[in-house]
Design a binder for this molecule. Structure first.
Ligand SMILES: [Zn+2]
Length: 444
């Protein structure tokens, strides 16, 4: 009975934590230079005039620069490389290291390669000895005779055409591989449960129970969402350098190392080693540094998003306080209505006066519940978190309490869903309300 109660309580605590998206501090980031050693050199530049570079060297060079950049820009975070020299590590060892370091993020650095076409060209001629075969006689007396002669023939050379495909792509573990991620969570003896600001509750869950498995499944889903979020940011940052960004992908067969780690994990294919332009870029100090800086920027943005979810005091929407909508709200029709598609059920809203600050006073309602009660809009934001719910209108209504000095009453809302930032301008007066309705865009 007691045990049951404990589970129920823990379950509630964790579910509550998940729904409030209580952030975890990013304390450790593990960076893996893909491949390594003589046993696993990875892909090679192998087309004509290639630098013949090896993937393991590129991944190490980028990783060392990335580690330095992360340390410089995030001095409070432990940055742990899986290797800093040319050594062999099996994927199992890499994943094990990441789990032992108790990473909050796992960044795998790789370089891509694609299949090459073979070409043939004549490089000259050569003389060869051929034989002309003739027969003399008939029947049993038939005899074969070979007469040698010299022939001049073209001499060919075979070569690999370089790849035309180029660019950086980011990979996350496949959605249908969530069960593997679950195994990594379940198999991790030091699995820590995030709970509201408190560091961790260690080893409190038995994953052999249905409750434990449910919680692990929730975590796997969350890791996937977070991996996707970080991957999107990396893609964004790479794109902003002017480099070809190939987007966020999920490999059908899955990527073992991403599934075997108990943390959000992404794999960055920095470029194609058998594309000449990419190969030069990947081997250049400038290219390696640019990649390191782009990834660092993305990690910083991710860290801010994940950690700052907690810094804004969430205004709880009084859901069950009253089933009746506030009377004042009903009297005015919504005239200025907008629809916004967001990518996460948890969104942050910051509301400002749009344009000149003229003492506009507003109240804000969400799904009929009051979020802001008669506040003056200024250049400083009133912020609150909203949790979108299935089957609800998810409508945020702006109600003008006055017209300010310059009518109408205008508000600028900055809405962030963890991935994107949106600006919505609403204008209300004493006869009409304004609203924005949120639609949850499916990530998959
Ligand atoms: Zn690789």
């Amino acid at each position: 009975m007691q045990v049951l109660f404990l589970f129920a309580a823990l379950h509630l605590l964790i579910l509550n934590d998940l729904f409030s998206q209580a952030p975890k501090k990013i304390r450790t980031i593990v960076v893996d230079a893909g491949h390594g050693g003589t046993k696993d050199p990875g892909a090679t530049g192998q087309y004509e005039n290639s630098l013949r570079s090896k993937e393991k060297d590129i991944t190490l060079a980028v990783t060392l620069k990335l580690v330095a950049e992360l340390k410089k820009q995030l001095p409070d975070v432990n940055i742990m490389p899986t290797r800093t020299t040319d050594i062999y590590q099996s994927p199992t060892e890499k994943a094990k290291l990441a789990n032992e370091f108790k990473g909050d993020l796992f960044l795998c650095i790789h370089a891509d390669s694609g299949p090459l076409k073979t070409g043939k060209r004549q490089i000259g001629t050569h003389t060869v000895t051929r034989y002309k075969v003739t027969y003399t006689g008939k029947g049993k007396k038939r005899k074969k005779k070979s007469t040698p002669y010299q022939a001049v023939e073209p001499l060919y050379e075979y070569f690999k055409y370089p790849l035309t495909r180029n660019g950086t792509s980011v990979w996350i573990f496949a959605a249908h591989k969530t069960s593997d991620k679950l195994k990594a969570i379940v198999g991790d003896e030091n699995f820590e449960i995030e709970s509201d600001g408190v560091d961790s509750v260690e080893n409190s869950l038995d994953f052999n129970t249905p409750e434990g498995r449910t919680i692990a499944a929730i975590y796997a889903k969350r890791y996937q969402e977070r991996s996707d979020r970080l991957a999107t940011l990396v893609n964004d940052e790479v794109e902003s350098t002017g480099r070809q960004a190939l987007g966020v992908n999920q490999r059908r067969k899955g990527i073992w190392v991403l599934q075997a780690t108990n943390m959000p994990a992404i794999l960055i294919e920095t470029g194609f080693i058998n594309n000449p332009e990419d190969e030069r870029y990947l081997n250049s100090e400038q290219g390696q540094q640019e990649l390191a800086e782009s990834i660092t920027k993305a990690v910083k943005r991710y860290k801010e998003q994940v950690e700052n979810t907690n810094n804004i005091s969430p205004v709880s929407v009084p859901e069950k306080k009253s089933t009746e909508p506030p009377p004042a709200l009903e009297k005015r029709p919504v005239r200025d209505s907008k629809v916004l598609q967001v990518r996460d059920a948890n969104i942050k809203v910051e509301i400002y006066d749009d344009g000149e600050v003229d003492n506009d006073i507003v109240s804000v309602y969400f799904n009929g519940g009051m979020v802001i009660d008669k506040k003056t809009l200024t250049a400083k934001a009133h912020s609150f978190m909203l949790n979108l719910e299935q089957g609800k209108a998810n409508e945020l209504v702006l109600y003008a309490e006055n017209l300010g000095e310059i009518p109408p009453n205008t508000a600028l809302m900055i809405i962030t869903d963890g991935v994107n930032r949106y600006e919505v301008r609403l204008s209300a007066d004493l006869k009409n309300n304004a609203s924005v309705r949120f639609e949850l865009k499916n990530n998959n």
